[in-house]
Design a protein around this ligand. Sequence first.
Ligand code: NZQ
Ligand code: ZN
Length: 385
Amino acid sequence: MLNFTFQNSTRIHFGDDQIKAISKEIPLDAKVLVTYGGGSIKSNGVYDQVVAALSKHNWVEFSGIEPNPTYDQLIKALDVINEHDVDYILAVGGGSVVDGSKFIAAAAVFEGDDPWDILSKGASVTKALPLGAVLTLPATGSESNGGAVIMRDGSKLSFGSPLVRPTFAILDPAVSLSLSDRQISNGVVDAFVHIMEQYMTYSINAKVQDRFSEGLLLTLIEEGPKALKPETKDDLDVRGNIMWSATMALNGLIGAGVPHDWASHMIGHELTAAHGIDHARSLSIVLPAVMKVLREDKRSKLLQYAERIWNITVADEDEKIDQAIAKTEAFFKAMEVPTTLTDVGITAGDIDNLIEKLEKHGMVVLGERKNITLEVSRKILETAL
Ligand code: NZQ
Ligand code: ZN
């Protein structure tokens, strides 16, 4: 196992009716900015629950944070913050709202010239407003991690700081009942790939991390399809197991002390930025191709994954790996997401542009061995056609 330091300071309030915990989490003398997206929280009752919980607080709101949140929209929140002396942010929504709110929290008190430098130049975040989250879409893990991904001018850039990790997060599985099938699928698949990015690397005998990861993968494989089936989709246990898996997938626990990949995410971000593919759908296209192209580098883990996740017992190792990759693709298909570039109308002629964007964004050596050069990324995209 590699050396690591692990701390996750986000207090989680999980379960039915937990939104009311906001009233005790946020100090009564705080001036709160409630941030949200395009309005789903108004039609599913979440907004009303938040308003009720904040009945004794002084608060204002900022809405319109888009899926794949943009700098241009987020920066407008600073006017509201300055006008109302806001000193606490409450994000109510999916990963985009939580990510966007992290950027707002850091930008509001940024000490340099231009908050964009946080994303474009990696300027360090030395202060941030405190942030709480009411999660409405289990997927990204953003509710209890310090990372955020922001779009500007066709580029999707990320930053991370422990200062923007939410101080608390409300996980009420019932709020996910209003999600469309597409967003349910996206959430399950995003969480699945987060686990794979931290697990499907090479073996270093990190048994705890491996077995936590395998438990989460098995849970998503078992529960994900149930959230799409009419007979089981409203089952709160199904929703709860998915929600907690997605949080655990990217809260730092399974990734402590192990190598990380993240190539699928970095290549996937270019598919989202250039072609508007939903984040999770970019991953369901790229991950199988990464497994195929890097099969020798990932051999020991692919074999472990084949045996422990898919119970594949054929003796021939290559056959075992082929079957494990096929099972992964079948799972994605069962979750109704695309598994090839062709599925989403992207052709061989689009690959040059994607490679140029990877180069522009400095994504020239990816993967756990830093051997996914632009040439290898090209091979991955060609394999994904
Ligand atoms: O904007 P509203 O009206 O709220 O609608 C949203 C949005 O249209 C809707 N939605 C959310 N909760 C709902 C709901 N609709 C009905 N009922 C509910 N309960 O769903 C749509 C998508 O929301 P979004 O927040 O964009 O989805 P997701 O949570 O998948 O977040 C994706 C973003 O997170 C980033 C991605 O790059 C992408 O920008 N990621 C952040 C990570 C992190 N911070 O650690 C890691 C991830 O890998 C990912 O990159
Ligand atoms: Zn993701």
